[in-house]
Design a protein around this ligand. Structure first.
Ligand code: URA
Length: 188
Protein backbone atom coordinates (compact mmCIF):
# COMPACT_ATOMS: atom_id res chain seq x y z
CA UNK A 1 0.00 0.00 0.00
CA UNK A 2 1.31 3.45 -0.92
CA UNK A 3 0.99 6.64 1.11
CA UNK A 4 -0.94 9.59 -0.34
CA UNK A 5 2.00 11.28 -2.04
CA UNK A 6 3.43 8.12 -3.60
CA UNK A 7 -0.06 7.07 -4.70
CA UNK A 8 -0.65 10.44 -6.32
CA UNK A 9 2.65 10.15 -8.22
CA UNK A 10 1.84 6.60 -9.31
CA UNK A 11 -1.55 7.69 -10.67
CA UNK A 12 -0.09 10.71 -12.42
CA UNK A 13 2.40 8.53 -14.29
CA UNK A 14 0.08 5.56 -14.81
CA UNK A 15 0.00 3.80 -18.19
CA UNK A 16 -1.98 0.73 -17.09
CA UNK A 17 -4.57 1.14 -19.85
CA UNK A 18 -5.22 2.93 -23.13
CA UNK A 19 -6.99 5.86 -21.45
CA UNK A 20 -3.50 7.17 -20.72
CA UNK A 21 -3.07 7.91 -24.46
CA UNK A 22 -6.02 10.31 -24.68
CA UNK A 23 -6.09 11.96 -21.24
CA UNK A 24 -5.01 15.53 -20.58
CA UNK A 25 -4.88 15.03 -16.82
CA UNK A 26 -5.28 12.20 -14.36
CA UNK A 27 -8.13 12.95 -11.96
CA UNK A 28 -6.82 11.61 -8.68
CA UNK A 29 -9.78 12.69 -6.55
CA UNK A 30 -9.87 15.36 -3.89
CA UNK A 31 -11.24 16.34 -0.54
CA UNK A 32 -10.45 15.76 3.09
CA UNK A 33 -7.91 13.01 3.65
CA UNK A 34 -9.43 12.27 7.03
CA UNK A 35 -13.01 12.17 5.79
CA UNK A 36 -15.27 9.38 6.95
CA UNK A 37 -17.44 9.83 3.87
CA UNK A 38 -16.39 9.03 0.31
CA UNK A 39 -18.30 9.67 -2.94
CA UNK A 40 -17.29 7.61 -5.96
CA UNK A 41 -18.32 8.46 -9.51
CA UNK A 42 -17.49 6.52 -12.64
CA UNK A 43 -14.81 8.53 -14.39
CA UNK A 44 -13.76 12.02 -15.45
CA UNK A 45 -15.69 13.93 -18.11
CA UNK A 46 -14.35 16.68 -20.32
CA UNK A 47 -14.02 19.43 -17.70
CA UNK A 48 -12.49 17.03 -15.20
CA UNK A 49 -9.96 15.84 -17.81
CA UNK A 50 -9.01 19.43 -18.59
CA UNK A 51 -8.69 20.55 -14.97
CA UNK A 52 -7.55 17.37 -13.22
CA UNK A 53 -10.36 17.75 -10.65
CA UNK A 54 -13.37 15.49 -10.05
CA UNK A 55 -16.94 16.65 -10.62
CA UNK A 56 -16.32 20.19 -11.78
CA UNK A 57 -18.53 20.21 -14.90
CA UNK A 58 -22.31 20.53 -14.98
CA UNK A 59 -22.83 17.27 -13.13
CA UNK A 60 -20.30 18.44 -10.54
CA UNK A 61 -22.19 21.66 -9.92
CA UNK A 62 -25.31 19.61 -9.32
CA UNK A 63 -23.35 17.35 -6.97
CA UNK A 64 -22.30 20.43 -4.99
CA UNK A 65 -25.98 21.46 -4.78
CA UNK A 66 -26.96 17.97 -3.67
CA UNK A 67 -24.32 18.06 -0.94
CA UNK A 68 -25.40 21.48 0.24
CA UNK A 69 -29.00 20.26 0.57
CA UNK A 70 -27.78 18.09 3.43
CA UNK A 71 -25.25 20.63 4.74
CA UNK A 72 -22.17 18.87 3.37
CA UNK A 73 -19.34 20.72 1.67
CA UNK A 74 -17.12 19.03 -0.87
CA UNK A 75 -13.97 20.04 1.03
CA UNK A 76 -15.12 17.98 4.00
CA UNK A 77 -15.70 14.73 2.11
CA UNK A 78 -13.55 12.83 -0.38
CA UNK A 79 -14.67 12.64 -4.01
CA UNK A 80 -13.14 10.13 -6.41
CA UNK A 81 -13.91 7.92 -9.37
CA UNK A 82 -13.69 4.29 -10.47
CA UNK A 83 -11.34 5.26 -13.33
CA UNK A 84 -8.99 8.22 -13.08
CA UNK A 85 -8.68 9.08 -16.76
CA UNK A 86 -11.44 10.21 -19.10
CA UNK A 87 -13.05 7.59 -21.33
CA UNK A 88 -13.20 9.22 -24.80
CA UNK A 89 -16.59 10.74 -25.58
CA UNK A 90 -17.71 10.05 -22.00
CA UNK A 91 -18.52 6.42 -22.75
CA UNK A 92 -18.76 4.04 -19.78
CA UNK A 93 -15.32 2.85 -18.70
CA UNK A 94 -14.62 -0.64 -20.08
CA UNK A 95 -14.20 -3.48 -17.63
CA UNK A 96 -10.53 -3.79 -18.57
CA UNK A 97 -10.05 -0.08 -17.75
CA UNK A 98 -11.89 -0.41 -14.44
CA UNK A 99 -9.75 -3.40 -13.52
CA UNK A 100 -6.56 -1.55 -14.48
CA UNK A 101 -7.51 1.34 -12.20
CA UNK A 102 -9.37 -0.15 -9.26
CA UNK A 103 -6.21 -0.82 -7.27
CA UNK A 104 -5.68 2.92 -6.91
CA UNK A 105 -9.16 3.37 -5.49
CA UNK A 106 -8.63 0.42 -3.14
CA UNK A 107 -5.45 2.08 -1.94
CA UNK A 108 -7.34 5.36 -1.40
CA UNK A 109 -10.01 3.52 0.60
CA UNK A 110 -7.31 1.81 2.67
CA UNK A 111 -5.70 5.18 3.46
CA UNK A 112 -8.95 6.94 4.21
CA UNK A 113 -10.73 4.11 6.04
CA UNK A 114 -14.14 5.71 5.43
CA UNK A 115 -17.21 4.79 7.43
CA UNK A 116 -19.49 5.46 4.44
CA UNK A 117 -19.05 5.06 0.67
CA UNK A 118 -21.67 6.59 -1.63
CA UNK A 119 -21.61 5.26 -5.19
CA UNK A 120 -22.71 7.85 -7.70
CA UNK A 121 -24.50 5.97 -10.45
CA UNK A 122 -24.77 2.50 -11.87
CA UNK A 123 -21.17 1.93 -12.98
CA UNK A 124 -19.76 2.72 -9.56
CA UNK A 125 -22.42 0.67 -7.75
CA UNK A 126 -21.83 -2.33 -10.02
CA UNK A 127 -18.12 -2.19 -9.35
CA UNK A 128 -18.20 -1.51 -5.62
CA UNK A 129 -21.43 -2.99 -4.29
CA UNK A 130 -22.59 -5.84 -6.57
CA UNK A 131 -22.02 -6.74 -10.21
CA UNK A 132 -25.76 -6.98 -10.91
CA UNK A 133 -26.75 -3.85 -8.93
CA UNK A 134 -29.89 -2.20 -10.36
CA UNK A 135 -29.73 1.50 -9.64
CA UNK A 136 -33.43 2.16 -10.36
CA UNK A 137 -34.55 -0.52 -7.93
CA UNK A 138 -31.80 -0.42 -5.33
CA UNK A 139 -30.69 3.21 -4.98
CA UNK A 140 -30.86 4.40 -1.40
CA UNK A 141 -30.48 0.92 0.09
CA UNK A 142 -27.64 0.37 2.56
CA UNK A 143 -25.36 -2.59 2.95
CA UNK A 144 -22.37 -3.07 5.22
CA UNK A 145 -19.26 -4.50 3.52
CA UNK A 146 -16.04 -5.10 5.44
CA UNK A 147 -17.08 -2.59 8.09
CA UNK A 148 -17.98 0.14 5.57
CA UNK A 149 -21.57 1.31 5.04
CA UNK A 150 -22.27 1.44 1.32
CA UNK A 151 -25.09 2.92 -0.70
CA UNK A 152 -25.71 4.18 -4.22
CA UNK A 153 -27.72 7.05 -5.56
CA UNK A 154 -28.34 8.39 -9.04
CA UNK A 155 -25.41 9.96 -10.82
CA UNK A 156 -25.93 13.74 -11.01
CA UNK A 157 -25.63 13.51 -14.82
CA UNK A 158 -28.66 11.18 -14.75
CA UNK A 159 -30.55 13.80 -12.71
CA UNK A 160 -29.69 16.41 -15.33
CA UNK A 161 -31.09 14.14 -18.05
CA UNK A 162 -34.17 13.16 -16.04
CA UNK A 163 -35.23 15.68 -13.36
CA UNK A 164 -38.08 13.31 -12.45
CA UNK A 165 -35.52 11.31 -10.49
CA UNK A 166 -34.70 14.21 -8.18
CA UNK A 167 -37.23 13.48 -5.40
CA UNK A 168 -35.83 9.93 -5.10
CA UNK A 169 -32.33 11.32 -5.03
CA UNK A 170 -33.27 13.77 -2.29
CA UNK A 171 -34.69 10.94 -0.21
CA UNK A 172 -31.37 9.07 -0.66
CA UNK A 173 -29.49 12.15 0.51
CA UNK A 174 -31.66 12.52 3.60
CA UNK A 175 -30.95 8.88 4.42
CA UNK A 176 -27.25 9.59 3.95
CA UNK A 177 -27.48 12.50 6.38
CA UNK A 178 -29.12 10.19 8.94
CA UNK A 179 -26.44 7.53 8.41
CA UNK A 180 -23.67 10.12 8.91
CA UNK A 181 -25.24 11.10 12.24
CA UNK A 182 -25.50 7.46 13.19
CA UNK A 183 -22.02 6.16 12.34
CA UNK A 184 -19.55 9.03 11.90
CA UNK A 185 -17.39 10.44 14.66
CA UNK A 186 -16.82 13.81 13.02
CA UNK A 187 -19.60 16.32 12.65
CA UNK A 188 -20.29 17.30 9.05
N1 URA B 1 -18.80 12.14 -13.78
C1 URA B 1 -18.14 11.26 -13.00
O1 URA B 1 -18.55 10.11 -12.84
N2 URA B 1 -17.03 11.68 -12.39
C2 URA B 1 -16.55 12.93 -12.52
O2 URA B 1 -15.51 13.23 -11.91
C3 URA B 1 -17.26 13.82 -13.33
C4 URA B 1 -18.39 13.41 -13.96
Amino acid sequence: MLGWDALYEACKNCRNCDLADTRHNVVFGEGARDSEVMFIGEGPGEQEDLTGRPFVGRAGQLLDDMLSMIDLRRERVFIGNIVKCRPPGNRDPLNIEQEACIGYLRNQVALLRPKIIVCLGRVSAMKLIREDFKITREHGQWTEKAGVWMTATYHPAALLRDPGKRPDSFADLRALRAKIREVCDHTY
